[in-house]
Design a protein around this ligand. Structure first.
Ligand SMILES: [Zn+2]
Length: 165
């Protein structure tokens, strides 16, 4: 069957910065072993990848270039923040360019990129690490199936061996 809204698609992918095609992938599902599993039409994927998967079948392999607007958005200025080191459990290990999780005063966990390490504080960037980048995805679809009513109700795909909430 062809992938459409409410299909569950399994696929392997690797993603590179389109401007730096020779660099190692930024992310590679094969390195993790399991293919990615996604329910189409429920905002599980960035729009550009969702669009590229739609209408495809198991066994297809293709590349697609996705602009920031259809991936992780434009890089926004003004999202730098100076945070006291005590808020980072792993402060000693951090280096500029690394991503880490910061827990806000409201208790929300946010992925941030370290920009600068000071004596008592660390400057972090709240932009998504891939914001502002045009990305090149290499995608191989391994399976397409109809979603179960439960998956549609939950708004996400469930692995074949089922899962409990
Ligand atoms: Zn679920």
């Amino acid at each position: 069957m062809r992938a459409e809204k409410d299909s569950v698609v399994s696929f392997h992918y690797s993603v590179r910065d389109a401007a730096d095609a020779g660099a190692p992938p930024l992310d590679d599902s094969r390195a993790r072993g399991e293919p990615m599993l996604a329910l189409l039409g429920h905002n599980q994927l960035v729009p550009g990848v969702e669009k590229a998967l739609t209408g495809r079948e198991a066994g297809e392999r293709f590349e697609v270039e996705v602009a920031p607007a259809d991936a992780y958005g434009d890089y926004r200025e003004g999202l730098l923040q100076r945070v006291p080191k005590k808020y980072f459990p792993n402060a000693q290990k951090l280096k500029p360019g690394m991503t880490t999780v910061l827990t806000t005063r409201e208790g929300v966990q946010r992925m941030v990129t370290v920009r600068k390490i000071g004596m008592s504080s660390i400057d972090v960037d709240h932009n998504h690490p891939l914001a502002g980048r045009t990305l090149r995805f290499d995608i191989e679809i391994t399976a397409v199936r109809e979603a179960t009513p439960e998956e549609i109700a939950h708004g996400h795909a469930h692995p074949g061996d089922g899962h409990a909430h």
